[in-house]
Design a protein around this ligand. Structure first.
Ligand code: HEM
Length: 534
């Protein structure tokens, strides 16, 4: 009782001792906690030979949907089960934090939502979520279409030049193009900054890519050597990283200062009335500064913007990349998508209203997210002892886990689980309309927009955590609808004008993975003017 009654450090320490004792007891009673769990033995080559999530899939088929992965003295629990995922992400969400992921991202994102500790997270999430209001999203559709149009015009120009020299196709690394497109969109919509990266290079753009590159390096590097006191001065890539970070921080600080200095009552009124369409700057930064007052903490704002920049950029670029990768191998699906675009849009740009009718394009985006989820693993660390529930696949008793346990929740395994998906490795956007899966829990009934009105895409709720394209529970992605709309616009505007083929074989497109799954050497494609306009 005394433990609960005050908030001094001493009772907290006692609570920890009690927690640890109860943890020990649970372990002893269960025959060693993790000790009773099936065990996969990782070799160092598993970390370097190929993306780790491939090995995690093989072990999932071999050891079941909850297993322990041991690398020497270090052990991770790998979860590939919807009931256990729902427990960790939703039902017992506050017993977990981001663990290793926070260690990696904190130097970059500070106290931004992704790595934030629970107290900061609660406060910031409440402030940020209203920023993604439906009317903000509606206003952003124009940003999506403007930026996509710049990309399309660039391709058209290149193609014209090719036609005049007798060719009929251009060869492009579409992954790089999508990356520029997504960067321009996130810059404008989050802090009203025009990177203009589709058409030019700049020191800020280089610094953003440098920082993303480092974030990725850190997420695949298992010894956090950058934490050693002198590393940021001695190791050249760490010195470069510090420089890149400074360039971006200076840019963000300037934008924050500007937003605070130009705070105007008329804008605030428009924001209060959600009159986004008549605001010159409808960015999230404007919202955060105007609605929260000019005294909002600069450092926290910068962390929020940086988090949004990174979280919203690479993920969307990756979804577009893999959607095109799969489509290019399925010309009949390209034609089906183009038929939908022709009937919904004709030659017009998408609008907030017409976007809703591009159902097949949205399902292509969703299917790309099923096959290559971004990120492929969600990472958690248990803050206190917990008992994972018995999973769908046989482990009815569940497992106790001690405080401090690191968990990889493999979204890749869930999305390709042979227990829930017919032909799990095939690209079939139609499956979301056709497939009826019986999970034996609340049950999956396919994607039926009339059953879940307002749902833009098949999600974790209707699949009961078998499908987690944007995570789930309180720490679910705040930009899910933004991202689905943005990808749908980008893909629709590309296919409206062009036919796409891969330049080489699908097998020649090698995968690498950090926070997201991307290609090793780019997604090289041939683009031709469309031959079949309906
Ligand atoms: C969180 C995926 C786009 C901002 C997440 C999570 C996933 C995800 C799976 C949950 C992570 C976890 O539980 O550990 C994606 C994908 C995207 C996308 C696949 C694109 C297709 C965006 C965009 C933004 C954004 C466009 C912002 C403009 C965030 C933030 C969080 C988050 C701030 C942390 C939420 C929190 O902890 O409260 N995202 N995301 N994401 N995402 Fe996204």
């Amino acid at each position: 009782i005394r433990c609960q009654s005050t908030s001094t450090n001493e009772p907290k320490t006692r609570r920890n001792i009690l927690d640890n004792a109860s943890n020990l007891l649970t372990n002893l009673l269960s025959g060693g906690g993790l000790g009773s769990m099936p065990k996969a033995e990782g070799a160092v080559s598993d970390l370097f030979g190929r993306p780790l999530f491939f090995s995690l899939y093989d072990w999932f088929l071999e050891h079941g949907s909850v297993y322990k992965l041991a690398f020497g003295p270090k052990a991770f629990v790998v979860v590939s089960d919807p009931i256990v995922a729902r427990h960790i992400l939703r039902e017992n969400a506050f017993s977990y934090d981001k663990g290793i992921l926070a260690d990696i991202l904190e130097p970059i994102m500070g106290k931004g939502l992704i790595p934030a500790d629970l107290d900061t997270w609660k406060q910031r999430r409440r402030v940020i979520v209203p920023g993604f209001h439906a009317l903000y999203l509606e206003a952003m559709v124009k940003t999506f279409t403007d930026c996509s149009e710049t990309t399309i015009l660039k391709f058209e120009k290149l193609l014209e030049a090719e036609h005049s020299s007798g060719g009929n196709a251009i060869e492009l690394d579409l992954e790089a193009e999508f990356s520029s497109l997504a960067l321009d969109i996130i810059g404008l919509s989050v802090f009203n900054y025009d990177f203009g990266s589709v058409t030019k290079e700049s020191p800020v753009i280089k610094a953003v890519y440098g920082t993303l590159f480092e974030a990725e390096h850190r997420s695949t590097f298992y010894i956090p050597y950058w934490k050693f006191p002198l590393a940021k001065w001695i190791v050249p890539r760490q010195r470069k990283f510090q420089n890149d970070l400074k360039v971006i921080n200076d840019c963000l600080d300037g934008l924050i200062r500007n937003a605070k200095d130009t705070r105007q009552e008329t804008d605030i009124e428009k924001l209060q009335q959600r009159d986004y369409l008549n605001l010159k700057d409808a960015s999230l930064l404007r919202f955060l500064v105007d609605m929260r007052g000019a005294d909002v903490d600069d450092c926290q704002l910068r962390d929020d913007l940086m988090t949004m920049l990174i979280a919203g950029h690479e993920t969307t670029a990756a979804v577009l990349t893999w959607a095109v990768f799969f489509l290019a191998q399925n010309p009949s699906k390209i034609r089906k998508a183009q038929a939908e675009i022709d009937s919904v849009l004709g030659q017009e740009r998408p609008s907030f209203e017409s976007l809703k009718k591009l159902e097949y394009i949205r399902l292509i985006v969703t299917e790309a997210l099923r096959l290559y989820p971004q990120p492929p693993l969600l990472i958690r660390r248990a803050l206190k002892p917990d008992v994972l529930p018995g999973g769908y696949n046989g482990d009815k008793d569940g497992y106790p886990i001690p405080a401090g346990t690191d968990i990889f929740l493999s979204v890749y395994n869930l999305h390709r689980s042979p227990y829930f998906w017919d032909r799990p490795h095939e690209f079939e956007p139609e499956r979301f309309l056709e497939q009826r899966m019986d999970l034996g829990i609340e049950g999956w009934s396919g994607f039926d927009p009339t059953r879940s009105p307002g749902a833009l895409y098949p999600n974790e709720i209707i699949s009961d955590y078998a499908f987690l394209p944007f995570g789930g529970g309180p720490r679910k992605c705040v930009g899910d609808q933004f991202a689905v709309m943005e990808s749908t616009v980008g893909l629709a505007m590309l296919l409206q004008k062009f036919d796409v083929e891969l330049k080489g074989s699908p097998e020649s497109v090698e995968l690498v993975t950090g926070a997201t799954i991307h290609t090793k050497n780019g997604l090289w494609c041939k683009l031709k003017k469309r031959s079949n306009i309906h």
